[in-house]
Design a binder for this molecule. Structure first.
Ligand code: SF4
Ligand code: SF4
Ligand code: SF4
Length: 232
């Protein structure tokens, strides 16, 4: 359970990170890395996009000594942005699913394009592309840098996307719970007939055993669905 002070410490540290959401630090995004630094589970030198300047900022904030960037996390490099080779794109949407900041526009079976000013250069869209039609290129003139304003905008885009995905997952969990409950209701209606003696002898016993098996399976599914919803 996070206290308000603990959450505030994470908030403050998160705002110092570049917000590319690249996961090179070994965490699922900038906020989990911020949390790991606050709890001292991670050192301050695992963010390649932040580089040496970022380590200096984290050092000043945490009081920890300045150390070189951990090469296992990656190397510092100038900003790059993704570019899609139009002739090769098959519109599969895999890159959209992978992009943590909604920086790719497109619809199924249509050409996709990168929104350059929103692209954090995280590289996460490269591996999923089945036709290798995404490359990382030097940004257009005037967009070579990555300012604090860029980072804040990326953080806002990341949060909007995260909230949208959570809403979708919640709706899906409700759908699954309703579906499982519907199957249970149907089973109850069916087994009512068997209990009334409409099915006789060994056939009745077999039908009841099968109904009991199905009921156990469906009840477990209902319990899982309810647990998923309760955990939100
Ligand atoms: S920019 Fe990448 S490496 Fe740096 S904290 Fe964020 S996710 Fe981790
Ligand atoms: S377009 Fe690719 S490189 Fe750019 S932010 Fe999205 S996933 Fe990262
Ligand atoms: S993953 Fe590649 S092929 Fe699929 S939509 Fe994106 S750029 Fe096009």
């Amino acid at each position: 359970m996070h206290t308000d002070a603990h959450r505030a410490a994470i908030d403050a540290l998160e705002l110092l990170l570049p917000q590319t959401q690249c996961t090179q630090c070994g965490y699922a995004g900038c906020r989990p890395y911020a949390e790991a630094i606050v709890t001292q589970a991670a050192p301050i030198n695992r963010c390649p996009p932040g580089g040496a300047a970022g380590i200096a900022v984290l050092s000043a904030h945490t009081g920890q000594p300045i150390v070189p960037l951990d090469p296992e996390a990656g190397t510092e490099r100038p900003r790059r942005v993704a570019q899609i080779v139009a002739e090769l794109c098959i519109g599969c949407t895999k890159c959209i699913e992978a992009c943590p900041v909604d920086a790719i526009a497109g619809a199924p079976k249509r050409l996709h394009a990168v929104i350059v000013e929103a692209c954090t250069g995280c590289d996460l869209c490269l591996p999923p592309c089945p036709v290798d039609c995404i490359t990382m290129v030097i940004p257009p003139p005037g967009q070579e840098g990555w300012s604090r304003a860029d980072a804040n905008a990326a953080r806002a885009r990341y949060q909007r996307r995260t909230q949208r995905i959570e809403r979708q997952q919640l709706a899906q969990a409700h759908r699954l719970a309703d579906k499982a409950q519907h199957h249970l209701d149907e089973l109850d209606a069916t087994t009512d007939g068997a209990d009334d003696g409409l099915v006789q002898g060994s056939a009745q016993a077999a039908a009841q055993a099968e109904a009991a098996r199905k009921r156990a399976v469906i009840e477990a599914a209902v319990a899982r669905a309810r647990a998923r919803l309760a955990g939100r």
